[in-house]
Design a protein around this ligand. Structure first.
Ligand code: 5AD
Ligand code: SF4
Length: 448
């Protein structure tokens, strides 16, 4: 059958969709790019903010017309929103054939068969650890040009229960895969041409602790051990990971990253707020000074490290002073990238019981201020790179100007340059920076 998947939300969802595409094609189905061409339409949904749910619901609702024209079409909602709403979603959208929750994704192939045979609405949302082992497939179509990059999910679920967050409820308890399975998957990907692997999980740095340890004792880090094993895979050039919870960066992990051959010097370190009062209300297990200490330790071990972060503005009770502390800390750390979110109450998460007290205009205003700061900081950081020589992993032609190619530094900066004959994507090259743009750099390949 011809199958189309549309994915909403985070990289974990992207990876889940890729694994599903892998399983479906192994079972003989064909992935297609267009909704009209598909026999089966899948929506892998997100619940993290209300807006994400609204978007997916709107899109699935709109598919009613397509189904009226093509009654044999099968439509399924998968992932976080499917998990959260279950049967409610089937009632709300009667043309939907099934909802498949986050713990049951591995059962997609037989589920599609049974729905084709017996057209009844099905909601399958039981939490199951089998999803951990059942989701190791990859879908790497020839010719998409980005096959040198791959993603591996190493943990699923989250045990941190930040008060604003729906993830622990829709993705269940935190579980880690066996190191041997992760390493075998990485070796296979590298044998198939992968040069850069992104390790994924809601809290990757908690890998291997069984979900119960926070913060981890000094000197021990199963995640560090995993990174060291992956580092030894010949042909693997780069490892990235996202997202780690700040308190898991003990000395053992920081040393492993700094000494590694492959781990990139760009760390996504979710801050959420710079005010201790708000951090406590969010149930984040660190203070602003604790966060500063982690960033400083990483920077001491890797002077060239860059950071990116997630921040929420307008959490219930966030005052001008709380916001000022966030803004100050963000400028102090000097994030190279930040994902700024306006607080959105999620039914079921703890903070939804509190009044969403910060007015929408104040959220907008705080959001705009942080974005403006980011722009100024990034432009200045890029200008400081002019004249230096940086190593990039060559990615292929630049999206905006096909005469140029681009590559990414380990610190996650994009550099555009003129190619030379026979230049290949997925190779490491050095580039001399000649000019800074507002979001990326320009340079010349260094002749080796
Ligand atoms: N409202 C706004 N942002 C949220 N995030 C998680 N839950 C919410 C919410 N209810 C943000 C956090 C997290 C990122 C993935 O999404 O910053 O790190
Ligand atoms: Fe949500 Fe906090 Fe877990 Fe991240 S660490 S997924 S923000 S509960």
């Amino acid at each position: 059958m011809k199958i189309h998947i549309k994915t909403y939300g985070c990289q974990m969802n992207e990876r889940d969709s890729e694994a599903l595409a892998g399983m479906l094609t192994e079972a003989g189905h064909v992935m297609v790019d267009s909704e009209e061409a598909a026999d089966v339409l899948l929506f892998n949904t997100c619940s993290v903010r209300e807006q994400a749910e609204r978007k997916a619901k709107g899109k699935i609702g709109y598919m009613r017309k397509l189904k009226a024209r093509k009654p044999e079409l099968v439509i399924g909602a998968l992932g976080c929103m499917a998990q959260r709403l279950g049967n409610e979603l089937l009632n709300e959208l009667p043309h939907l054939d099934f909802v498949l929750g986050t713990g049951q994704l591995h059962t997609l192939v037989p589920l599609i068969e049974s729905i084709r045979a017996d057209r009844r609405q099905v909601a399958s949302i039981t939490e199951s650890a089998d999803v951990l082992t059942g989701m190791g497939s990859h879908y790497r179509p020839e010719g998409d040009g980005m096959n040198f990059k791959a993603q591996i999910a190493i943990t699923r679920g989250c045990n941190r229960f930040c008060s604003y967050c729906i993830v622990p409820y829709v993705r269940g308890r935190e579980i880690s895969r066996e190191p041997a399975d992760v390493v075998a998957e990485a070796r296979e990907l590298v044998a198939g041409g992968a040069k850069e692997i992104m390790l994924l999980g809601q809290n990757v740095a908690a890998y291997g602790w069984g979900g119960n340890v926070n913060p981890p004792p000094a000197g021990v880090s199963p995640f560090a051990e995993l990174l060291e094993e992956l580092d030894r895979i010949p042909g693997l050039l780069r490892i990235r990971f996202t997202s780690p919870y700040p308190t898991y960066f003990n000395d053992r992990l920081i040393a492993a990253i700094a000494q590694s051959r492959t781990v990139c010097h760009n760390i996504h370190l979710p801050l959420q707020s710079g005010s201790d009062r708000i951090l406590a209300a969010m149930n984040r297990q660190y203070t602003a000074d604790g966060y500063r200490a982690v960033a400083a330790a990483l920077r001491t071990a890797m002077p060239d490290v860059t950071f990116s972060t997630d921040v929420i503005v307008g959490f219930p009770g966030e005052s001008d002073e709380d916001f000022r502390l966030t803004r100050e800390l963000m400028n102090e750390i000097g994030f190279d990238n930040s994902f700024i979110f306006k607080y959105s109450p999620r039914p079921g998460a703890k903070s939804a019981a509190q009044e969403d007290s910060v007015p929408q205009e104040v959220k907008e205003e705080r959001n705009a201020l942080l974005l403006a700061d980011l722009k100024t900081r990034v432009e200045a950081a890029l200008r400081r790179q002019v004249g230096s020589v940086q190593e990039v992993l060559v990615e292929g032609t630049s999206p905006r100007n096909p005469e140029r190619w681009s590559g990414r530094t380990g610190t996650n900066r994009v550099i555009h340059f003129l190619p030379e004959p026979d230049l290949e994507a997925g190779t490491l090259r050095r580039v001399k920076i000649t000019r800074a743009g507002s979001v990326s750099l320009f340079g010349e390949l260094v002749q080796e």
